[in-house]
Design a protein around this ligand. Structure first.
Ligand code: HEC
Ligand code: HEC
Ligand code: HEC
Ligand code: HEC
Ligand code: HEC
Ligand code: HEC
Ligand code: HEC
Length: 299
């Protein structure tokens, strides 16, 4: 912070330079609109970084003058915080062609940045909607849609609903469409994507065929979103929910093409193994499995 107090001074100096510069070099009759201030000066040294103001204000290269520096750290509350953004990693992400200010709408090509509090985090985490309208509309239909003010006031203790970035991250977002590797990487982050907010259902997802296998890392076992969907997720009693009774056959059929009404009765086991410890019930289930799943028992 101390080093930054010199910033105000250096910017004042920069402004002065612009004025002088223009006064001396500008020919009397320029048949052009006035240049934006940012392109008038060449290089200004801020905090030891040579910030090139000939770059367009929104250019990523401008941000990266400082943020590509591995040593860009600050001490906050006694902890070292890194503000380094790995250029290679960013360029390899799905947003390799996207400008920083596409998500960091509230940041300008000047630094240090005005005191933005933590608002900038939710701005960045939901700026996605400007470019991914379809996905934003889907999220807006389900249980994770942004709270209305009335809802927020009604229960200030209610846990936060996820922003796009809570599930997708920030600078390392990979391609998912037609990219099995990217999708596998996301599957492996199930705890972060869903589990950490739905701990009870994370731990109860423990039936042997699916949950226990998934949490052990089996790649063919379903992730939470194989049964619940991912953007338009609905409560079970909503008729549109993928786990609502009337939709179960359809939900299970991508992996179980022969699923029918009787088969999907198993669904109650998926989060319910622990609760359904009733012996009679289990005996009934063993019978059911024997009858329905030929070849599975007694081979
Ligand atoms: C002259 C150097 C410099 C430039 C240019 C710069 N930044 Fe920064 N940025 C910093 C520093 C230093 C910090 C550390 C936090 C602070 O002290 O403001 C920071 C912090 C941040 C943060 C985190 C804010 C926080 O409070 O944790 C974001 C996001 C950010 N910059 C984005 C950008 C974007 C986007 C651009 C380009 C539009 C940019 N920066 C240009 C130096 C720079
Ligand atoms: C796809 C959207 C997106 C783009 C593009 C993007 N950021 Fe970010 N950035 C985020 C999100 C989301 C966060 C994390 C906010 C939080 O902590 O909740 C973040 C965090 C940061 C931080 C804080 C430190 C950290 O790594 O968490 C800095 C600094 C930063 N971004 C700089 C940049 C710079 C520089 C660029 C351009 C090279 C850039 N960002 C491009 C979304 C983006
Ligand atoms: C609750 C977690 C979660 C939230 C919140 C979320 N997503 Fe997703 N998103 C996913 C999952 C999971 C996938 C699919 C992974 C797969 O295909 O295996 C996905 C897929 C995508 C895709 C790939 C194309 C597609 O539609 O399948 C895009 C783009 C995307 N999300 C953008 C967004 C945006 C923008 C937001 C915020 C409006 C958002 N996501 C909110 C979990 C989430
Ligand atoms: C300025 C526009 C812009 C913003 C803002 C933006 N994206 Fe993207 N996003 C793109 C572009 C361009 C691509 C790559 C081309 C494509 O697939 O559409 C992309 C690709 C993706 C993909 C891979 C899509 C796929 O089908 O494989 C995901 C996931 C994604 N973005 C999520 C996000 C999230 C989450 C945020 C916010 C944190 C965000 N995007 C912010 C423009 C943007
Ligand atoms: C940042 C925390 C967060 C993340 C991450 C998250 N959720 Fe949620 N989820 C919530 C909150 C909060 C609600 C409750 C909304 C309400 O009260 O109407 C909710 C509601 C739901 C519901 C509706 C039933 C209910 O309990 O209200 C389902 C189903 C659900 N989430 C599944 C998922 C799945 C699957 C994922 C991962 C793809 C996921 N969630 C990721 C916070 C989260
Ligand atoms: C194989 C399918 C399947 C998978 C995978 C799955 N679930 Fe479920 N989930 C269900 C079914 C069926 C129900 C409704 C019956 C019940 O509550 O046991 C349900 C219910 C829920 C509910 C309560 C919804 C409500 O409205 O009360 C939440 C929350 C939930 N699941 C979260 C998760 C999370 C988090 C994961 C990943 C760890 C996950 N589920 C994985 C099938 C699945
Ligand atoms: C993403 C794929 C996937 C989805 C979706 C899925 N399952 Fe499964 N299921 C599996 C795998 C993998 C096994 C283990 C098969 C084995 O070991 O032979 C399995 C095994 C089972 C079994 C044990 C007997 C058998 O047929 O192999 C039952 C019963 C079952 N699933 C029911 C369901 C129900 C009900 C749903 C929908 C609520 C569902 N599954 C959704 C992948 C899935």
């Amino acid at each position: 912070m101390e080093r930054f107090s010199s910033y105000v001074a250096s910017m004042a100096l920069a402004a002065l330079t612009v004025t002088v510069h223009l006064a001396i070099t500008a020919p009397a009759a320029i048949a052009q609109p006035p240049l934006p201030e940012a392109t008038a000066v060449t290089t200004v040294t801020i905090e030891g970084y040579d910030v090139d103001f000939t770059l367009p204000t929104a250019a990523r290269a401008g941000c990266m003058v400082c943020h590509a520096d591995q040593d860009l750290t600050r001490i906050r509350d006694g902890r070292v915080i890194s503000y380094f953004v790995d250029p290679g990693q960013f360029e390899a992400s799905a947003h390799g062609e996207v400008q920083c200010v596409g998500c960091h709408l509230d940041f300008a090509f000047s630094a240090p940045h005005e005191q933005l509090g933590t608002e900038w985090q939710s701005t960045a985490g939901s700026a996605c909607k400007n470019c991914h309208e379809d996905q934003a509309l889907e999220v807006g239909k389900g249980a994770h849609r942004a709270e209305t003010d009335a809802e927020a006031l009604a229960d200030p203790e209610a846990p936060d609903r996820p922003l796009c970035s809570d599930c997708h991250g920030s600078h390392q977002i990979g391609f998912l469409t037609e990219n099995p590797e990217g999708r596998a990487e996301m599957r492996a982050r199930g705890w972060e994507v869903c589990g950490r907010c739905h701990e009870d259902y994370w731990y109860s997802y423990d039936d042997y065929y699916h949950g226990a296998a998934y949490r052990r890392g089996a790649t063919d076992a379903p992730a939470c979103w194989d049964c619940h969907g991912y953007h338009d997720i609905r409560p079970v009693d909503d008729r549109e929910s993928m786990v609502n009774e009337r939709n179960l056959v359809q939900t299970c059929s991508p992996c179980h093409p022969d699923a029918n009404e009787a088969y999907v009765d198993y669904a109650r086991f998926i989060h319910g193994r622990e609760e359904i410890s009733d012996e009679i019930f289990l005996a009934r289930w063993a019978d059911w499995l024997r009858q329905n799943l030929s070849g599975l028992f007694g081979r």
